[in-house]
Design a binder for this molecule. Structure first.
Ligand code: FES
Length: 115
């Protein structure tokens, strides 16, 4: 599973997403990068990008409620840590992908694994 806490710079390609103003504090932005649905959260001024599909049963994870640094799946209540993608609450046991986020000159970039 791709995880930004362990990514190697040479294996990541940063893709331009949007101006930072499009993801204000407490908001989220949905994007599709290649075939990957991704949701970017702004939590207390920090941006986190994770896969937008719950690993339990493909629920629309990004539609869920944010509790601290956890996103709660709206379907059956699984929770994931948006900082790492780690599944932290049943019924999900498989992590979701977490992607590195960078901000340059007021623009948000998300790092994807190079093919
Ligand atoms: S689909 Fe997310 S908890 Fe079941």
């Amino acid at each position: 599973m791709f995880n930004y806490t362990a990514f190697e710079e040479s294996k990541v390609e940063f893709v331009e997403i949007a101006p930072t103003s499009e993801i204000p504090n407490g908001e989220r932005l949905f994007v599709e990068l290649g075939d990957k649905p991704i949701v970017i959260f702004n939590i207390a001024g920090q941006l986190f990008a994770v896969g937008d599909v719950c690993t339990h049963d493909d629920g629309p994870l990004g539609d869920g409620v944010v509790e601290g640094y956890h996103i709660v799946c709206p379907r059956h209540g699984a929770e994931f840590d948006v900082q790492t993608g780690k599944a932290v609450q049943m019924p999900a046991v498989i992590d979701i992908p977490a992607y590195p986020v960078r901000i340059r000159d007021g623009t948000v970039f998300v790092g994807l694994p190079k093919e």
